[in-house]
Design a binder for this molecule. Structure first.
Ligand SMILES: CC(C)(COP(=O)(O)OP(=O)(O)OC[C@H]1O[C@@H](n2cnc3c(N)ncnc32)[C@H](O)[C@@H]1OP(=O)(O)O)[C@@H](O)C(=O)NCCC(=O)NCCS
Length: 186
């Protein structure tokens, strides 16, 4: 039984699982144009079942290693968004990078904000992290609004930060400090 957190409009936030490759493929094909401007360029294989199966397997391996935590936003059988904590680092940093997307047919309903808040709660309470970082393109006003509504603050701007839509682009850097618990010492 997968734990599913209800969000608005019958959408739930739940962990990605082994059986999600076909729904991921449908979502990625459906949202190819919607996401192009905001994401790294994807090879053609990404839009095939083989490509999505490999990517899913890799994500689940990283999850087992504690390096990544991937969630889906799901409406019944369909995946309508994704939230991922990447680059989870422990020790004195307890940090992760947050990435997300929402299906074109589901934007503007507050789903990203709700899901980011829930991911922050789980990062704090379940994963024991201290800080979540996120970066947006300079003109990604919707994403900046999501982060601010979810309690993130802008901490700077970085030139040539990520390769998005085929070119290195500057980003606004945001973070949210989750708690002031001490880091575990070994
Ligand atoms: C960014 C994204 C995740 C937002 O998802 P969402 O579920 O629509 O987000 P929410 O409904 O919680 O909030 C969106 C906010 O952006 C605002 N917004 C949306 N489009 C906007 C625009 N073009 N200009 C200004 N504000 C905009 C909305 O009004 C809302 O803010 P408000 O509640 O203060 O009015 C979604 O648009 C998306 O997947 N975009 C493409 C991928 C992407 O950018 N991922 C993030 C990379 S950093």
């Amino acid at each position: 039984m997968i734990e599913a957190v209800p969000l608005a409009d019958n959408v739930v936030l739940r962990r990605l699982t082994e059986g999600d490759a076909e729904a991921l493929l449908r979502a990625r094909v459906r949202n190819r144009d919607h996401l192009r401007r905001w994401e790294p360029r994807r090879p053609e294989e990404y839009y095939t079942l083989t490509g999505q199966s490999h990517r899913l397997k890799d994500l689940l391996r990283q999850m087992a290693d504690g390096r990544t935590m991937p969630w889906a936003l799901a409406d019944g059988e369909e995946i309508v968004g994704g939230m991922t904590l990447n680059n989870i680092v422990r020790g004195p940093w307890l940090n992760a990078d947050l990435g997300y997307w929402i299906d074109a047919g589901y934007t503007g309903r507050g789903l990203a904000t709700e899901a980011v808040l829930e991911v922050c709660r789980m990062a704090d309470q379940d994963l024991g992290l201290h800080r979540i970082a996120a970066a947006t393109l300079l003109d990604n006003v919707a994403s900046q609004s999501v982060l601010r509504k979810a309690g993130f603050e802008q901490v700077g701007t970085a030139p040539d930060y990520l390769e998005i839509d085929g070119r290195w682009q500057a980003h606004r850097l945001f973070h949210k400090i989750l708690n002031d618990r001490p880091a575990l010492r070994f």
